[in-house]
Design a protein around this ligand. Structure first.
Ligand code: AMP
Length: 911
């Protein structure tokens, strides 16, 4: 202490415990205005922010001092001064800051500082010292009688401690009495933080609010605030585990601090097994594997393994091998491949039964059933856990065709293609296509068979949804039908393939054929002989006979006002005279219905009514009516007759004569093989006659095909569908490539749109082929490109089955590359007439049924499965019948010879 003024160090005196002490005293109680300072040495702060000053002192009671006046005091003042200087020699009074005025708790009643024992006062004051490295303390006496016995200066810390396995260091308390010092603890050895360990050091040096803490590492557990290793035979897997545990069954630990116990040899632990779980073993092999083969499916069943290895997670997997024995007797097994189906699965099976399907027919298979559990992999388990069976599959039908696509769609046809079944199970011999109108369900369906994976289905109704199923056939029989695939025909008036209509037809009986032959013979005798068709001569004769005046067709599109054309060529019908009965088809512009028409003063007739569906454009209206404008110009027994139109109210309608048997191609398909050659020739003759009429009128049809020929109940064929020329006119570019009916069209028309009567003749040749082959599709399922190529290379359709050589020759004539070389319709007509007159010439056919090579080259055949109506001979008059076969002009000749009834004709002999 630095003494100044009146403070004096004393002799040693005894404190209350009789310990000799030394003091600083001052006692100037008799003199006024005392100001005696006693200062300490510099005290380093040592990081403390608040220091405590404990002062022990004695103080005389003024009253106990004899003769003392008002100058006596009983207190002193405590000051401090912060400083970085540890040796300040002089500090001004004013530099000190007062801490407090200190008074004695106990004062002496007697003053005796000599040999007497004193009573000590202890007072503690605290001071915040934060600004300098250290400080000085000073005691100011203002006239008291004091003896400073001791001054103790200290600061407080929260002592080093371990709480929740975290060590907290010795920490100096904060500057303020209310402040807490936040302290982060550090985890003790072999421990890790569970959550950041934290505590607060209070001003009094006590630790407050412990937060977070640490956990002993795996292999260690807590003991008295430290982490101790687990001993041998024990383990601790996770730090969060409460303590070390005994090793589970079939495991052990050989060192201290084990985190997991090792499995005994022969025992295993799966990755997913907890360390607390006993070590286990793989299962033994499945038992009693049995197999039941059903064609190309196998049912495998087995019993669970005898030993499950102490686990409950047994599962099974199947190995499938195709095994072959080589020529050397060696056994070669290969995996089955991905197309084999396992139900419920091939691996991870929990059940003991699997159905294996989609196997190859007649094949040796080996199936191995493996049993697994969670430790199979760890144990490297192999053949010991499996059981196998070897078997041979049976013959089986092909699997279903899985996908059918439409490659070409028109108004009356659909071209379909499909992939081979996934599992043919042998060589596919043919495909069967079953189809029906969606609305009809399967009440009436058709079947087509083909050797290729595509087919052209013709004779469909426009804008109609059809349902198709395809199935394949092998030596083992038919497979299942494919799922239904729906395709709709559209309204494209340019069908690239044939068309057909299902309708009933009254077939001519054998006697009818006989009559026809007799008629022919009679005609042959009566009329003058004609050996061959000679082009020029006969042309002119026919023309004179049928077309005395030359009438030329007028293109309705040359009229600026389409209504003018329609009213010029078609009769307006009052809608009230039409009675619609039922829908019979779908045309490009809307429904086609049948019904009755009763025009005043005329008998009621059956009619077909084509209507233009609502929402049409001007162009559609014009196109729709143009067909009527064209048709209305024609008047011929083999051209469909226009009855009239309805244009003054909606919907617009075109009324034509009703053709009971619908389209020729479908009609023929429906009655495949049911007609005599003469009947077929009769049909062809009618068509040729109609076409001759059209060509005489300079009308080029452009779309002559069996699908566009309608057949009435008397077997009379009439040319219809006068739409194509119009559309080609409208749509020169697009139509040229996409809408031409390639199979029916002459090469020059395909190549450079040279549509002439000669190109119609080419088409007529195709119609001949269609008729003689009962509606077969020309060029079968060849694609259009191939057809064109084949034509260029000189290929021509072969004679259909049972086709008379002369008819095929006529076809070939129609298919002359040079169009000038082709016969005219007039010549064709003459030729056919000649054939009818000479039925013997029709007897020679080119061969029997199609050869195997033809079939293999992709000939599709169609089988009609719908019920054919009862055939009966209609009650025809001689006249009607002659008309129906196009020989009506011989009526008079026959009548003159006495043949006026069909009965009399039956009696006609060759002579
Ligand atoms: P179209 O628009 O001319 O192709 O005719 C559509 C469908 O109606 C075809 O399937 C024809 O068979 C049928 N059809 C068209 N006109 C007649 C008719 N005059 N008599 C009977 N059926 C017809």
């Amino acid at each position: 202490m630095n003494r100044c003024s009146q403070w004096t160090p004393s002799q040693f005196i005894m404190d209350e415990k009789n310990v000799p002490i030394r003091t600083y005293q001052v006692c100037n109680v008799l003199e006024p205005n005392q100001n005696n300072w006693l200062r300490t040495d510099w005290i380093p702060r040592s990081g403390a922010q608040r220091v405590y000053v404990e002062v022990k002192f004695t103080l005389r009671d003024c009253n106990s001092l004899p003769g003392v006046t008002g100058t006596c005091k009983e207190t002193f003042n405590l000051y401090y001064h912060e400083s970085n200087e540890d040796r300040e020699s002089y500090i001004k009074e004013s530099s000190f800051i007062k801490v407090d005025t200190v008074a004695a708790d106990e004062s002496f009643t007697q003053v005796d500082v000599g040999d007497r024992i004193m009573k000590l006062n202890t007072e503690v004051r605290d001071v915040k010292v934060t600004t300098r490295k250290g400080f000085y303390l000073a005691f100011q006496d203002v006239g008291a009688c004091i003896a400073l016995v001791s001054v103790r200066v200290f600061y407080k810390t929260c002592p080093l401690t371990i709480r929740n396995l975290a060590t907290f260091p010795d920490t100096v308390t904060g500057a303020d009495t209310s402040s807490l010092v936040e302290v982060r603890g550090s985890c003790v050895n072999q421990s890790e933080e569970r959550e950041e360990p934290k505590m607060y050091c209070g001003a009094d040096g006590e630790w407050l609010v412990p937060i977070g803490g640490c956990l002993c590492n795996p292999g260690y557990q807590e003991k008295s605030g430290t982490c101790k290793a687990c001993s041998v035979g024990f383990y601790k897997a996770k730090s969060s585990d409460p303590g070390c545990s005994k090793c589970p069954p079939h495991s052990h630990s050989v060192r201290d601090g084990a985190t997991v116990c090792d499995c005994h040899s022969g025992f295993f632990r799966a990755d997913s097994d907890p360390p607390s779980m006993a070590c286990t073993q793989p299962p033994s092999a499945p038992q009693q594997l049995i197999s039941v083969v059903n064609e190309t499916s196998v049912v495998l069943e087995w019993a669970p393994p005898r030993r499950l290895g102490g686990r409950s997670d047994t599962s099974y997997s199947l190995e499938c091998l195709i095994c072959q024995t080589g020529s050397s007797g060696s056994h070669l097994c290969l995996p089955c491949g991905s197309d084999v189906l396992f139900s419920p699965g091939q691996t991870g099976l929990k059940t003991t039964r699997v159905v294996v399907s989609e196997l190859r027919a007649h094949t040796h298979y080996t199936f191995i059933v493996h049993a697994h559990n969670g430790v199979s992999q760890a144990s490297g388990a192999g053949a010991a856990q499996s059981v196998s069976v070897t078997l041979t599959t049976n013959q089986a039908a092909p699997s279903p065709v899985s996908f059918i696509q439409a490659t070409d769609v028109t108004r009356h046809s659909l071209s379909l293609a499909w992939q081979q079944p996934d599992r043919p199970n042998g060589v596919i011999l043919e495909y069967e296509v079953k189809f029906y109108e969606k609305d009809q369900r399967e009440r009436s369906y058709r079947i087509m068979r083909t050797f290729s994976r595509s087919v052209d289905v013709t004779g469909l109704n426009p804008l109609t949804v059809y349902v198709f199923h395809v199935r394949a056939r092998t030596a083992a029989g038919y497979g299942e039908f494919s799922a239904p695939f729906e395709f709709s025909t559209n309204s494209d008036p340019f069908p690239l393939i044939g068309e057909g209509v299902n309708s009933a037809f009254l077939l001519l009986s054998i006697s009818g054929v006989g009559i026809l032959l007799l008629i022919s013979a009679a005609v042959f005798i009566i009329s003058r002989r004609r050996s061959k068709y000679s082009k020029t001569k006969q042309d002119s004769e026919e023309e004179k006979h049928l077309n005395p005046g030359v009438k030329i067709y007028v293109d309705p599109f040359t009229y600026e006002d389409p209504d003018q054309a329609i009213h010029e060529f078609a009769k307006e019908i009052d809608v009230s005279s039409i009675h619609i009965e039922r829908v019979i088809g779908m045309g490009e512009f809307g429904e086609v219905c049948s019904g009755r028409l009763r025009v005043q003063g005329k008998r009621e007739i059956y009619v077909a009514i084509k209507s233009l569906k609502a929402g049409y454009s001007d162009k559609q209206r014009r196109d729709f009516l143009s067909e009527a404008s064209i048709m209305g110009q024609f008047d011929h027994p083999n051209i469909i007759r226009l009855e009239g139109v309805v244009t003054r109210c909606k919907p617009l309608m075109i009324i034509t004569e009703y053709m009971e048997n619908g389209s020729l191609d479908a009609f023929l398909r429906k009655h495949d093989g049911q007609f005599t050659v003469i009947q077929l020739v009769g049909m062809l003759r009618g068509i040729a006659s109609g076409m001759k009429y059209l060509s005489d009128m300079s009308y080029v049809h452009r779309d002559l095909a069996a699908r566009n020929i309608l057949v009435n109940s008397n077997l009379v064929c009439k040319v219809s569908d006068f739409g194509l020329s119009r559309v080609l006119e409208d749509d020169p570019e697009a139509a040229y490539t996409t809408r031409i009916p390639i199979r029916w069209t002459a090469p020059e028309a395909i190549a450079y749109r040279k549509f002439t009567t000669a190109s119609d003749v080419w088409s007529y040749g195709i119609v001949m082929w269609e008729v003689v082959s009962y509606g077969e599709r020309p060029y079968w399922d060849m694609n259009n490109q191939d057809v064109i190529k084949a034509m260029e290379e000189g290929y021509r359709l072969p004679a259909p089955m049972d086709c008379p050589v002369v008819l095929h020759q006529l076809m070939l004539d129609c298919w002359e590359r040079e169009r000038a070389e082709r016969p005219t319709f007039s010549q064709i007509l003459n030729m056919l007439d000649k054939l009818i007159r000479n039925p013997g010439t029709l007897r020679r056919t080119g061969g029997d049924r199609p050869t195997a090579t033809m079939l293999e080259s992709g000939v599709g055949s169609e089988v009609c499965v719908s019920v054919v109506p009862q055939v009966c001979m209609p009650e025809w008059s001689m006249c009607v019948w002659l008309q129906s076969i196009g020989l009506e002009r011989y009526r008079d000749t026959l009548a003159a010879a006495g043949y006026t009834s069909l009965d009399s004709l039956l009696a006609l002999t060759h002579q």
